[in-house]
Design a protein around this ligand. Structure first.
Ligand code: SAH
Length: 243
C-alpha cells in the first residue's frame, strides 16, 4: 500500500529539520512541493521523482499525492515549518475524507516559523500567546479583525503570520490600529525575516515603530504583552517567577 508523509521541513536550514523528517524524505519515491521549499531540501531528494507546484496550488498538490499513494507510491508532501500550522496537513485530511482513499497518512511535525522567530528574538512566548494570520485569502477580514481585537484585549502575546503580500499591503496597518487600542506604542515587538534562511534579519523594536520596518511574506512578527520587556537587545516575556 502506498503512503503519504506530510513532511514539516522547518524554517529552512538543514540542521533545523528533524531526524524523522529527513528519514521520511529519504524513504519516499516521489516528493511533491512548492518550488521554494523543494529548493531548501534539494540535497536530500536528488534521486527522487520531484513534482513542483506553484503558490496557492495546495489543493492540486494534495490531490496529486492522494492519486499517487492510491497507485502504491510512497509520497513525501513537503510543507514549510510545521505542516499542522497553516500547512498541508488539514487540506490533505479534508480531501482524504471526501474520497475513498486507501493510503496511510502520517504527519511529521517540524519547527514552525513561530518557534524559529521566537528563538532569534529571545524569549517572547513564555506565557500564553495567540497566533493570527493576516491573510484574508481564505479567512474574511472581519474574522481576522475580531481575533486581533480579542487577543489584544486579553493581553496575549501575538504572533502574526502572513503579515503582508503584494495584494494585501494594508492589513498590517489595519491590524496595528486594532492592537494599539489595547497596547501602548512602547510595547516591545519583534520582526523576523527569513528565519534560519538566506537573507535572515531580526529586529527588536517598539510597536509604534513597527510600520517603519521592511515587512513582507517572509516575515513573522511577534508583539509582546503588557509585561514583555527588552534587555540586551532581546525580547523577554516574564512568566511570573520571582527571583
Ligand atoms: N507552516 C508554516 C507557516 C506557513 S504560513 C510554519 O509552521 O512556519 C507562511 C507564513 O509563515 C509566512 O508568510 C511568514 O509569516 C511565516 N514564515 C514561514 N517561514 C518563515 C521564516 N523562515 N522566517 C519568517 N517567517 C516565516
Amino acid at each position: 500500500m502506498g503512503w503519504i508523509k506530510v513532511v514539516g521541513i522547518g524554517p529552512g536550514q538543514h540542521k533545523d529539520m528533524t531526524v524523522r523528517a529527513i528519514k521520511a524524505l529519504r524513504d519516499s519515491e516521489v516528493v511533491i512541493g512548492y518550488a521554494t521549499y523543494i529548493n531548501l531540501i534539494r540535497h536530500l531528494v536528488m534521486d527522487k521523482e520531484i513534482i513542483y507546484s506553484g503558490m496557492r496550488q495546495e489543493v492540486d498538490r494534495c490531490k496529486k499525492a492522494l492519486e499517487l499513494a492510491f497507485l502504491g507510491r510512497k509520497v513525501a508532501l513537503v510543507s514549510g515549518g510545521d505542516p499542522g500550522i497553516y500547512g498541508m496537513a488539514g487540506i490533505l485530511y479534508e480531501l482524504a475524507q471526501n474520497g475513498d482513499i486507501n493510503a496511510e497518512i502520517e504527519i511529521i511535525p517540524g519547527v514552525s516559523a513561530v518557534n524559529a522567530a521566537a528563538s532569534l528574538l529571545g524569549a517572547p512566548l513564555m506565557t500564553d500567546f495567540a497566533s493570527i494570520s493576516l491573510s484574508d485569502h481564505l479567512t474574511p477580514w472581519e474574522a481576522i479583525a475580531k481575533r486581533l481585537e480579542m487577543a489584544a484585549r486579553a493581553d496575549f502575546v501575538i504572533a502574526l503570520f502572513n503579515p503582508k503580500s503584494s495584494e494585501r499591503r494594508d492589513n498590517i496597518s489595519r491590524a496595528l490600529d486594532i492592537v494599539l487600542k489595547y497596547r501602548c506604542i512602547s510595547t516591545p515587538c519583534g520582526i523576523v525575516k527569513n528565519a534560519y534562511r538566506k537573507g535572515e534579519s531580526t529586529i527588536v523594536t517598539k510597536l509604534g515603530d513597527l510600520l517603519k520596518q521592511n515587512i513582507d511574506m517572509t516575515t513573522l512578527i511577534i508583539i509582546g504583552n503588557s509585561s514583555t520587556f527588552i534587555a540586551g537587545g532581546k525580547m523577554i516575556t516574564p512568566r511570573g517567577y520571582v527571583f
